[in-house]
Design a protein around this ligand. Structure first.
Ligand code: AHG
Ligand code: MN
Ligand code: MN
Length: 333
């Protein structure tokens, strides 16, 4: 392969722009801006140890958890980039109690709304384990030029325009979908560009990996407990026992399972009766990606993308991943 034979994220976005004739380039600019924010966060993540910016800032976020410095850096980076870009009227973040109406000169005319989990897997920051960023994009429902409202943000996943994630792992990758398949880009630090490395990602229908926090097993619903026992049984035909893999960063756990085939479960527990993961910031965007790659995402009762969100920080249980594995898991309930 010629050393110039690659497609950058910017080139790819422009090539795909014709698939959205109604968007007049705004969505392309927004995706490009997200790519820029991702590069800056990636740089900050990589230098975290050196710059001594690892650690708590002593604040507690809306979820009652410690906020790490990188969470704040990611949050600020997105606010700045989206405010400057002018395509977005409002954004919501796991790190903000309320929706933020952006204050850029052109923000009120922005047609889009963005939801983010700026730093996913924050408990792994200090220990140099893969973390991520999750984003989703909706078209606003209120009129362009007016103040955005909560109605613009609280939209069901089946109305998503695009979603994606960035994984800061052994390399940094950006994976996204605009509803026409899933594509993955790897950051080439030598040229400072995300380059198409995983075109048209399809997740295997079957897999041999199950991912959940088994430490909570005694609190899991009976159906989940039975499914875990089934995963551990010996059976040549179905390649059991399966492998248990759990990082504790949803992005990293799902990225691995997306490529290799697997199931990720965050069920209800006694401590977290609705599960732990956030509908708007984690479950909807990741469900969109997984479905676009041919997988399934459900709460155990309904398709994640069909839930009408009631509040920004709503949590839901989630069973997500390879289609046959999710269906099998549900058959125990
Ligand atoms: P965040 O760092 O954004 O708060 O998300 C952490 C989430 C998710 O990434 C992960 O899958 C889950 O918390 C892990 O939870 P447990 O430690 O309860 O297993
Ligand atoms: Mn998260
Ligand atoms: Mn987070």
């Amino acid at each position: 392969m010629s050393q110039f034979n690659f497609t950058t994220l910017g080139q790819f976005i422009i090539e795909k722009q014709s698939e959205f004739p109604f968007a007049k380039g705004e969505l392309s600019r927004l995706l490009r801006d997200i790519g820029i924010a991702a590069k800056v966060i990636s740089r900050e993540v990589n230098k975290a140890g050196i710059a001594e910016i690892i650690g708590d800032v002593g604040e507690i976020n809306i979820q009652g958890e410690d906020v790490k410095k990188l969470d704040l850096i990611g949050n600020e980076m997105f606010t700045t980039v989206l405010e400057r870009g002018g395509e977005v009227c409002a954004f919501a973040s796991e790190e903000e109690d309320n929706m933020v109406a952006l204050k850029g000169t052109h923000s009120k005319n922005g047609q889009y709304v963005v939801c983010i989990d700026p730093l996913d897997g924050s408990s792994n920051i200090d220990v140099n384990v893969s973390i991520g960023t999750i984003f989703s994009i909706y078209r606003r429902v209120t009129s362009v030029g007016t103040e955005p409202t909560l109605e613009d943000v609280l939209q069901a996943g089946n109305r998503l325009v695009a979603s994606g994630y960035i994984i800061y792992g052994s390399s940094t990758m950006l994976v996204y979908s605009t509803g026409k398949g899933v594509n993955g880009f790897t950051l080439d630090n030598s040229i400072g560009e995300f380059c198409l490395s995983h075109p048209n990602i399809q997740t295997p229908k079957d897999g041999t990996i199950y991912s959940l926090n088994e430490g909570n097993a005694s609190d899991f619903p009976e159906g989940v407990q039975k499914y875990i026992s089934w995963c551990k049984e010996k059976d040549k035909e179905t390649q059991r026992p399966y492998s248990a893999r759990y990082i504790g960063s949803m992005v990293a756990d799902l990225h691995r399972n997306l490529l290799k085939g697997g199931i990720f479960i965050y069920p209800p527990t006694a401590k977290a009766p609705n599960g732990k993961l956030r509908l708007m910031f984690e479950c909807i965007p990741m469900a969109f990606i997984v479905e676009q790659a041919g997988g399934i995402a459900t709460t155990g009762k309904e398709r994640v993308l069909d839930i009408q969100p009631k509040e920004l920080h709503q949590r839901v249980p989630v069973f997500i991943g390879s289609a046959n594995m999710v269906n099998k898991a549900l058959s125990f309930s």
